[in-house]
Ligand binder design. Structure first.
Ligand SMILES: [Fe+2]
Ligand SMILES: [Fe+2]
Length: 173
């Protein structure tokens, strides 16, 4: 039985973050399906779902590096956190490349094909990352975080956003 949302200290951080993984995957997959069909939304802004998913992924990476990883690393999981940070860097650069592709303005069908290919790569990177992060890192989230850190992360999950200009620790490789 899920805990009531009004009691942040009792919320399973691992469950909430796993849910974010699924939502981000679903957003990218929905964009790919739309792009393949040549569909447009009512405003004609067919890349909006992809931009929303990328905003959500950047926020997800921020909250992990700012709130989740430090206490888990301090508790002894140094090597797994190093791997997670390196993979965040790969994801970050893949998002930057997606942004560059969007700005290249090479015509719709060519752009759609390019974006669909890059989204496939992104989904593969996410699968490789999340399949390790969920069992190794998230399983520690409710154990290694203090009550205060737990509450702070739960609060950010509800209302927080990525600080302007923030980039992940390994964004440059
Ligand atoms: Fe991560
Ligand atoms: Fe994650």
């Amino acid at each position: 039985m899920p805990a009531p949302a009004s009691n942040p200290a009792s919320i399973s951080i691992g469950e909430l973050l796993t849910r974010e993984h699924r939502e981000i995957d679903a957003g990218i997959e929905a964009f790919v399906a739309r792009a393949r069909n040549g569909a447009e939304d009512a405003t004609g802004n067919w890349v909006a779902p992809l931009l929303d998913a990328m905003t959500a992924l950047r926020r997800h990476i921020y909250l992990e590096e700012a709130f989740l990883f430090p206490p888990i690393r301090a508790a002894g999981l140094m090597m797994p956190i190093m791997v997670m940070l390196r993979e965040h860097g790969e994801l970050w650069r893949a998002m930057d490349q997606l942004g560059e592709a969007l700005e290249s303005g090479t015509g719709d069908s060519c752009l759609r094909h390019n974006l669909v290919t890059r989204c496939g790569t992104m989904l593969e990177l996410l699968e490789a990352h999340n399949s390790k992060e969920e069992p190794i890192i998230y399983s520690r989230a409710d154990v290694d975080l203090s009550e205060a850190a737990h509450a702070e992360l739960a609060r950010f999950l509800r209302t927080g956003s990525t600080p302007p200009g923030w980039v992940c620790e390994r964004a440059a490789g």
